[in-house]
Design a protein around this ligand. Structure first.
Ligand SMILES: Cc1cc2nc3c(=O)[nH]c(=O)nc-3n(C[C@H](O)[C@H](O)[C@H](O)COP(=O)(O)O)c2cc1C
Length: 206
């Protein structure tokens, strides 16, 4: 499919048919994810695909349990409804045929070697280049999913249970979870969310 068409067709898909995602297609999506730009071409990432239904369910349960432990704002009306919504948007991946987890490890930059600042201070100063790279790779997965006939959705919601999910998936330090991408054949298409016009978002400084 032409790039413009793929970009325009992509939308977050959160309901899927039961059809599996071919392992060769998952591999191709991750291959393309790995072509994304990274700071110093460090590529400090790995991608784990989870296709086992009961494992996905157990992972969703970890997220639900973590959400239920959070202190509620008792003064707000509708808090329960909000929380139910957050819960759904953070756990619908349990019904996806495939989930890709992106994990990363810290990359020591040239600045780490030359200035007396902690690695955390440096990445904060540089506006989190690790997360910027992660975003580029995830967008490659989302676009490739469309290109290969699937739908997908980026998820950061489940990261609320990051520690528990890392333990569950045997992810050991210095590796840590960044995000999930749920992938499958779309069970219909939702209404396309409206996007700002080009005039609202674009300025040229001449
Ligand atoms: C960093 C990031 C995190 C997101 N996390 C979630 C999530 O946890 N659950 C979810 O349902 N959608 C999540 N989304 C998808 C957004 O809700 C979605 O992109 C947005 O509503 C615009 O819709 P569109 O992707 O169809 O254009 C996330 C998107 C981004 C970029």
């Amino acid at each position: 499919m032409e790039l413009k068409q793929v970009i325009e067709k992509r939308m977050s898909i959160r309901s899927f048919t039961n059809e599996e995602v071919n392992e060769s297609d998952l591999k191709e999506m991750v291959r393309r994810a790995g072509l994304a730009p990274t700071l110093n071409n460090s590529q400090p990432w790995k991608f784990i695909a989870i296709t086992n239904k009961s494992k996905l369910k157990e992972m969703a349960e970890l997220v639900i349990s973590k959400l239920s432990d959070l202190p509620l704002r008792l003064d707000e009306i509708g808090q329960k409804r909000q929380l139910t919504k957050v819960e759904w948007y953070s756990t619908f991946f349990e019904n996806a045929p495939s989930l890709i987890a992106l994990i990363m490890k810290p990359h020591e930059t040239d600045l780490d070697k030359s200035v007396n600042l902690s690695h955390d201070d440096i990445i904060q100063l540089r506006n989190y280049p690790d997360l910027q790279s992660a975003g580029a790779s995830i967008q490659n997965i989302l676009l490739s999913a469309v290109d290969l006939g699937y739908g997908a959705c980026w998820l950061s919601g489940p990261m609320i249970a990051k520690e528990e999910l890392q333990t569950y998936l045997n992810i050991e330090s210095p590796w840590h979870l960044i995000a999930f991408v749920a992938i499958g054949k779309p069970f219909g298409y939702p209404n396309r969310p409206s996007k700002k016009s080009i005039d609202e978002i674009f300025t040229i400084i001449r």
